[in-house]
Design a protein around this ligand. Structure first.
Ligand code: ACO
Length: 377
């Protein structure tokens, strides 16, 4: 023991007046060449390319490859992968009541346990994990419904393959394309909470599966990835355009948040919401409440502007993710896990970027507890 328990406490240290930003808002905590989120102007680019152009002219595998390698190859393909037997055994033991995010996190963790994932992480590891997870989520969704999992079809691209393994039949081209667009807009988004988690885990030289499992746990929170299913709930409570204003004002008066609005970074309209609104409107099988959502959006933006004139609260990606996800036939409880599948490209690209120029992420904290003191005798 180096400190005597009877020694008088030293003089109080000087006050810690280093700058502190709650929630790390506005703090630069790293550098990336993967994406730029321009919240003031409502712009988003992946390696320089505009999100709207990527949605119109790209596919999810091409975008994932762009994030991993920096190369734009629109013909790049990536199929879903087979589930290792040990992971399938784990999935079979989960109760049907397991939340899909918990099932996906567990599957990724089990995948990490059966794969050798040496440091540093590689493109191959990123591809393998990104192509494994859709199979795992689809298998879990079938098992909980009492159905047998469907083997991957290597002739299908990742998003089409996911829908095939989920439903047991090939989706039509429009449905696959709509979900692919959703995967593109969900692929990457700067230093959001789950990506930051993945980078912190990677910075300790832990493996890519641990980083992605941690990221899934972070995305599980409703302030990050849980909003689209709540958008559906809120719209069903609103019921009709005539009730929108009264319902929205009531919700704000009760201190509730309007799901699908507001963002830590965007002060302008989220460009991903704009891209997904176009996709939703052009879908063949759109949910019947899409028109209601469009009308409610206008009212919500108006009442939010009145309630919070100091902070621009605009539509975020989750608002129009809801009709796209429902339109392609996913149940709302699968929305957050599907968002996680899409974000695999970004998470794993950040894992690669972090490991390529690694420094342990270990910030400091301001102590606000009692001054040093003696234990009561
Ligand atoms: N509805 C009502 N009020 C809101 C909303 C909202 N959607 N968003 C923010 N506000 C209010 C807050 O209550 C707060 O007001 P106060 O200062 O009077 O308490 C003020 O605006 C600032 O809000 P913060 O919580 O400081 O903003 P923060 O940057 O932390 O939050 C967040 C961002 C979590 C997304 C928030 O806007 C929210 O909860 N939105 C609803 C949930 C949602 O849509 N989540 C998906 C986000 S997109 C994504 O993660 C992919």
């Amino acid at each position: 023991m180096t400190e005597s328990s009877t020694a008088a406490p030293p003089a109080a240290p000087p006050a810690d007046d280093r700058p502190y930003s709650p929630g790390l808002e506005g703090v630069i905590a790293g550098e990336t060449s993967l994406s730029k989120v321009d919240g003031e102007r409502g712009r988003l680019i992946y390696r320089g390319y505009r999100i709207g152009d990527l949605v119109e002219r790209g596919t999810y595998p091409a975008v994932a490859n762009l994030l991993w390698t920096g190369e734009w190859d629109p013909s790049h393909r990536l199929a879903t992968a087979r589930i290792p037997d040990a992971v399938m055994t784990v999935l079979r033991t989960l109760p049907a009541s397991t939340k899909p995010m918990d099932a996906l996190r567990t599957a990724v963790s089990a995948w990490g346990a059966v794969n050798d994932l040496p440091w540093p992480p590689t493109d191959e590891q990123a591809r393998a994990l990104t192509s494994f997870s859709p199979s795992a989520l689809a298998a879990f969704a079938r098992l909980r419904a009492g159905l047998e999992p469907v083997e991957p079809d290597p002739s299908l691209d990742l998003v089409e393959g996911f829908l095939y393994q989920l439903k047991g039949e090939r989706p039509d081209a429009g449905t696959a394309r709509a979900l692919d667009a959703y995967f593109i807009v969900g692929a990457e988004h700067g230093f959001n909470a789950s990506t930051f988690t993945a980078r912190v885990i990677t910075s300790t030289r832990s493996d890519i599966a641990s980083a992605v499992a941690g990221a899934i746990g972070t995305m599980k929170g409703p302030l990050h990835g849980g909003a689209p299913s709540e958008v559906v709930d809120q719209l069903s409570q609103v019921g009709s355009p005539e009730h929108a204003e009264e319902w929205l004002r009531g919700a704000l008066a009760r201190g509730e948040r309007l799901m699908g609005f507001g963002h830590r970074v965007y002060r302008a309209y989220d460009p991903r919401a704009a891209a997904l609104r176009k996709v939703a409107e052009s879908m063949e099988h759109k949910p019947e409440w899409l028109e209601l959502a469009i009308q409610v959006e206008d009212v919500a933006l108006r009442v939010l502007a009145e309630k919070h004139p100091e902070r621009a609260l605009k539509t975020n990606v989750e608002y129009y993710a809801a009709p796209v996800l429902q339109g392609v036939g996913l149940t709302p409880d699968l929305f957050p896990a599907t968002f996680s599948l899409a974000r695999h490209a970004g998470w794993t690209a950040h894992v690669l970027e972090q490991s390529a120029d690694n420094r342990l992420i270990r910030p400091d904290v301001r102590y606000v507890g009692p001054a040093e003191r003696d234990l009561p005798s």
